[in-house]
Design a protein around this ligand. Structure first.
Ligand code: FAD
Ligand code: MG
Length: 356
């Protein structure tokens, strides 16, 4: 069944709509609740934290605690930092077990489970492939033999993980890249700090929320355009969980006139061919982050079937003659409403497991 939204362009990355006091650090919400806000820069992107609290001081302290959780996660995971736990793992000699902390052990248990479940479409052990395409520094076009070499040193099959001993042992020069799951992990840790009450964190476009606003409304999240991220096409109302969107519009590169996507298919060693975006809602930020990348690699046909079978709420935004088609799992597309911005082009939703 196709539900036409009327005139609206579709969108892929997330922009926020909520009665915010701009970038001021506090404002007053309904019922005397204080709106507090904190902005910062980390993980190569910006972060915005917002909460309502009865007392301004208490609210700001909660946001500081959540920001520290994000920063601590960056320190543990960032492969941009030579002294992070993951950078140390990536340098541990082949065959030598590296002992993970308890919380990294829990994280790797989840990450490797979803690597398996996604059939390798998401794989944390893509560091050598990401390197040979130079994804983090502007992109390059590798030779077929370089891709073949990188494929031989990428993939979780080269990692022995012992969840009881909490050790990971590299069986070749495989390396971990945290780009597709680190933000989600950080959001989940910050969520524990913020606990109950109304709060929202927007970390580089992946957002986590909790609770209702003081006037009883949910958090309204707009989903933006796969081609022009300034345009919104759909909104959804959230009271918990995390919304992650993977899309090419912001991070794909052009090298020698060719688009080099920043999301790679670990099974072929090549950039994923899909050229739209995919949004995933999940109670866990870590899972939402991993699965938006996995589904992007799978593409709409396989992706909607897989997500439906897994009970994952997801939607693909597919550029289509100036408008965009949204094809998603029924549970997710039912959540979507037309965005307020009236724009050219029609947006159509297909509430179906079977894309056209
Ligand atoms: P997603 O689609 O969620 O992930 C794409 C990223 O995952 C790619 O950029 C690549 O790194 C990796 N990837 C690609 N294909 C796959 C695949 N099939 N399976 C698994 N992984 C894949 N950027 C900076 O410029 N400077 C920094 O200092 C910096 N520090 C960071 C620290 C941390 C802890 C993290 C998590 C990221 C950091 N980044 C940094 C990276 C930047 O934030 C990424 O560009 C971002 O993580 C991409 O996330 P996304 O949600 O936009 O893309
Ligand atoms: Mg992501």
């Amino acid at each position: 069944m196709t539900r036409t939204l009327g005139s609206a362009l579709l969108a892929s990355l997330v922009v926020w709509q909520f009665p915010a006091a701009g970038s001021a650090s506090s404002g007053r919400g309904a019922g005397g609740q204080q709106l507090v806000e904190r902005q910062a820069y980390l993980m190569g992107t910006s972060v915005r934290l917002v909460a309502y609290d009865a007392r301004r001081e208490a609210g700001l302290n909660r946001l500081e605690g959540a920001l520290r959780a994000l920063e601590d996660t960056e320190q543990e995971l960032s492969t941009w930092r030579a002294d992070s736990d993951i950078s140390v793992l990536n340098r541990t000699p082949v065959g030598t077990p590296w002992r993970a902390s308890a919380r990294l052990c829990r994280m790797f248990t989840d990450v490797l489970e979803w690597q398996q479940a996604s059939g390798g479409a998401f794989d944390p052990a893509v560091g050598v492939l990401v390197g040979v395409w130079n994804i983090h520094e502007g992109g390059r076009i590798p030779s077929p033999s370089e891709v073949a070499f990188a494929l031989g040193h990428a993939g979780s099959r080269w990692l022995d993980f012992d969840p009881l001993a909490c050790t990971l042992t590299r069986r070749t020069e495989v390396t971990i890249d945290v780009g597709a799951f680190g933000k989600g992990e950080a959001l989940d840790r910050a969520a524990v700090v913020l606990g109950d009450g109304a709060w929202m964190i927007d970390l580089g476009g992946q957002v986590s929320v909790n609770g209702r606003l003081p006037d009883g409304q949910s958090w309204t999240v707009e989903i933006a355009d796969p081609v022009d991220r300034q345009r919104a096409v759909a909104t959804l109302q959230l009271q918990s969980g995390s919304l992650s969107t993977s899309g090419g519009s912001e991070r794909d590169m052009r090298v020698e006139g060719r688009r080099v996507g920043h999301i790679l298919d670990p099974r072929t060693g090549l950039p994923a061919s899909f050229n739209g975006s995919v949004s995933v809602w999940h109670q866990s930020g870590l899972v939402a982050d991993m699965l938006s990348t996995a589904l992007y690699v799978m593409g709409p046909d396989q992706g909607v079937r897989w997500a439906t079978a897994q009970g994952v709420e997801a939607a693909f935004l597919i550029p289509d003659n100036g408008g965009v088609r949204i094809v998603g799992t029924p549970a997710f597309t039912r959540r979507l409403q037309p965005a307020r911005a009236a724009t050219a082009g029609a947006a159509t939703f297909r509430e179906s497991n079977e894309p056209e």
